[in-house]
Design a protein around this ligand. Structure first.
Ligand code: MG
Length: 275
């Protein structure tokens, strides 16, 4: 006849359960809420509400309604000339046209890119799909803003024109659809306000920080600090390849006469840290 191993007594089980509860509570106290490291002497450079903390630089905020840029912005297009731009990838003059203060893609002349390279930045740009354009999916009403000439925030007629959602206005092309469709009707002006932070690469470790984008279309949040998966690709998964911290900002000639005005940019330093 087989004999079973002795079973733990009810008293032993009770003691074991109690020990588990006590150790779980101890772990919660160590890792749970309220256990963030407390600031000790010397942790922070400034006191809370420190009157000696340096004041932020005064900036006149400008007025988008009158195309006046903030006082510390670099104006890339002021309605007059394309001196800040070249044909992308060359020193040749940008071939797009300016009429009545409006910049328009001259189809077939190629993308245009800023002479000055930019990295992390705040960008403001206004764009319009002329009412005479015939829009069908990705055709007829397409342009785009490429940060570092690689990462596209799409420009497309999206108030009535239907396409794949990761290719509509407000999308990071091929990666993230906009959170909402805030596109204005064809013939009206749209505004983009964007915070772009580029990726960082390390020779040994590869990518150590992905690019991130926060974007507002007509004042409405459409991209909320998303992490890009790589450089913009068409019909393929995006991947990264190492590059520097800055590069020309590029506007796309997709073969369609898209219009622009009031383009300005503010280079950004590193994100603030507690001090
Ligand atoms: Mg495009």
């Amino acid at each position: 006849m087989k004999t079973s191993p002795p079973r733990p007594s009810p008293r032993f089980k009770f003691l074991l359960l109690g020990a588990l509860v006590v150790s779980a509570a101890a772990a919660w106290n160590q890792a749970g809420p309220g256990t963030l490291p407390q600031a000790g002497p010397g942790t922070f450079k400034f006191k809370v509400h420190d009157m000696d903390r340096p004041a932020p630089t005064p900036v006149n905020p400008g007025n988008p309604a009158t195309s006046v840029a903030p006082s510390d912005a670099i104006v890339l297009f002021n309605g007059k000339d394309l001196s800040a731009w070249t044909k992308a990838g060359s020193e040749a003059p940008a071939g797009w046209t300016i009429k009545d203060g409006i910049l328009e893609v001259a189809p077939g002349t190629g993308d245009i890119a800023t002479r000055q390279p930019f990295g992390d930045c705040q960008l403001h740009i206004e764009w319009s799909i002329p009412s005479g354009n015939t829009c069908k999916g990705q055709h007829g009403c397409n342009s785009g803003v490429f940060f570092l000439s690689r990462y596209e925030l799409q420009i497309l007629e999206s108030s009535a024109n239907v396409t794949y959602v990761d290719g509509m206005a407000g999308s990071l092309y091929g990666q993230y659809p906009p959170l909402v469709n805030a596109a204005r009707a064809q013939g009206e002006w749209n505004t983009y306000d964007v915070i772009f932070r580029g990726p960082r690469f390390d020779a040994a470790a590869g990518i150590v920080r992905t690019a991130t984008v926060t974007a507002f279309l007509n004042g409405v949040l459409v991209q909320d600090n998303v992490e890009l998966l790589g450089a913009t690709a068409h019909g393929a998964r995006a991947t990264y390849s190492a590059h520097g911290e800055s590069g020309p900002l590029k506007l796309q000639d997709h073969g369609d006469p898209i219009q622009f005005k009031n383009i300005w940019i503010r280079p950004l330093g590193a994100p603030q840290v507690a001090q």
